[in-house]
Design a binder for this molecule. Sequence first.
Ligand SMILES: Cc1ncc(COP(=O)(O)O)c(C=O)c1O
Length: 381
Amino acid sequence: MSIYKDYIYLDNASTTKIDDNVLSAMIPFMSELYANYSSSHLMGKKVRNEIANAREQVANLLNADANEIVFTSGATESINAVLKGIVTNSDKSKKPQIITVATEHSAILSTCKFLEEIGVEVVYLPVLQSGVLDIANLKNVISDRTLVVSVMLANNETGVIQNIKGITKIAHQYGALMMTDATQAVGKIPVDVKDLDIDFLVFSGHKFHAPKGIGGFYYKQENKFTPLIHGGGQENNKRSGTLNTPGIIGIGKCAEISLDKMDQDVQKIKKLRDRLEQELLSIEGTFINGYSAERLHNITNICFPNIEADFLIGTLRNICVSNGSACHSELIEPSHVLTEMGVSISDAFSSIRFSLSKYNTEEEIDYTVRKIKEVITNFQK
Ligand SMILES: Cc1ncc(COP(=O)(O)O)c(C=O)c1O
């Protein structure tokens, strides 16, 4: 395969290729082993055992117990289930409050906007220029009305990592629950729910080489929340609906592979990411958004001042990268993550996210660098 014909996929924070071993593990559950896991016949029993095994595999990845994992369709559903579930279960006599951060994913921000409409007070904390939450700001607003503090573990646009352990300690001091959207972190860096002492943690399969449409959340058994989806009482009454067996088998296998190969994958990807950054930073004026913060090893968000990211993305053709701007009814808005970090609107529109995976190669990185340098040189003529 020539890299000149095929895609160079550097958009792994959007979604990832399914690992071949994950796909092979899933196929029997779409062909021969299609029984409903709740059926009492032999095939149902076999499926039930395999689902239990997959739940263990996911729990191992998070250092959780299997009965603390709820499978859902992905991170968006998990976020809705946790935040709405906590609010619905809360004491209605005092105005409930949620604290989150302005740079969260739209799955959190839109759920919070909805909760505001039904009477919840939501505080959106600002971040420092590095993208990191200033914990002093949290201490200023947290109170005994705070139901839950929701802070993402790693940002999907910049890879900036938050101090979840420190934030959790403060939340707990005030009697609030702590939830983290760990969608970009799970399967890529060690995530230990016991060490974090977290109450709820959200994850999604398609961000780490499992299929789309499967994800879930971890919850501490003592935490009460009302289920979002009612029905047949599956998932211990926490999420009804017939289980997505192939998806669950896939995410289980993927969790096992990720845990096994994490150190090796991190080293490989980080080396490629550093190579890409070093080369692109040699272009005059470029800089990394969130550079001074601790960041995921697979994401870099680079600003190419005065060059529109949309133009660059269009010109790069088979190189798949992305920008964080969002289309709202024909109006293109700059990335809220970058503008919240104090990046100017013009620089936000000139920023590109490169997100790597274990499947990328040095050859692809070098080709990408060459291509970008070529486009920029031609643009400046
Ligand atoms: C940080 C973060 N949270 C939530 C989501 C939503 O995930 P899903 O596609 O599984 O609903 C994403 C996906 O873009 C994400 O990056």
